[in-house]
Ligand binder design. Structure first.
Ligand code: SF4
Length: 183
């Protein structure tokens, strides 16, 4: 199954690269910017969780210890959280780098891009920090102001149900916030 998923990722990454190229005039993504990994829920399907853990077991022991500690602390914080939504820094982020970049989830691969969903544009959170698309959007307005919108719906649900995924017979399983795969 993971081999088939890697084929799916190869095809997806190709499409995403073309979208990043299309919108490069609006993007401020660069190495060292971790804005998207600092706070969020990071929805991951069961398949993505298995894939990232297949990368985790290949990491050096020092990094594994750091990640395990991050997860333990987050689960502790989650227990004491009274808000309905628990947002957190991704436990795989170490020294401002994704320690499992090759194995990152679908949501991570689409970070920073705006796309059209149900006739409205979905903007990345970093528009509010004066980063991506802030030259044309001042907030989360759903109006399509782009000349060249990405018309593929990049929501994880939609990505996992596209024709290519169906042809590969991917069984993705349920989708949960990343931290819940460890509770
Ligand atoms: S898995 Fe990597 S890219 Fe995804 S949120 Fe975590 S640190 Fe960021």
């Amino acid at each position: 199954m993971l081999k088939r998923y890697e084929k799916f990722l190869k095809d997806l990454d190709k499409r995403l690269n073309s979208y990043y190229e299309l919108h490069k005039g609006y993007l401020y993504c660069k190495k060292g910017c971790t804005e998207c990994c600092e706070i969020g829920e990071y929805p991951f399907s069961r398949l993505e969780a298995e894939y990232i853990m297949s990368g985790f077991i290949k990491l050096n022991p020092e990094k594994q210890v750091i990640i395990k500690e991050n997860i333990k602390n987050l689960l502790e914080q989650k227990k004491n959280n009274t808000d309905s939504r628990f947002t957190y820094r991704c436990p795989f982020l170490i020294d401002k780098e994704c320690s499992l970049y090759k194995y990152r989830g679908l949501v991570c691969r689409t970070f920073g891009l705006a796309y059209v969903s149900n006739g409205k544009v979905v903007l990345p959170e970093c528009v509010n920090s004066g980063l991506n698309y802030s030259s044309i959007y001042s907030n989360f307005s759903g109006e399509i102001l782009l000349d060249n919108p990405v018309m593929e719906d990049l929501h994880i649900d939609k990505l996992l149900k596209n024709k290519f995924a169906e042809n590969l017979e991917l069984e993705c399983g349920e989708i949960r916030p990343l931290i819940e795969w460890f509770s």
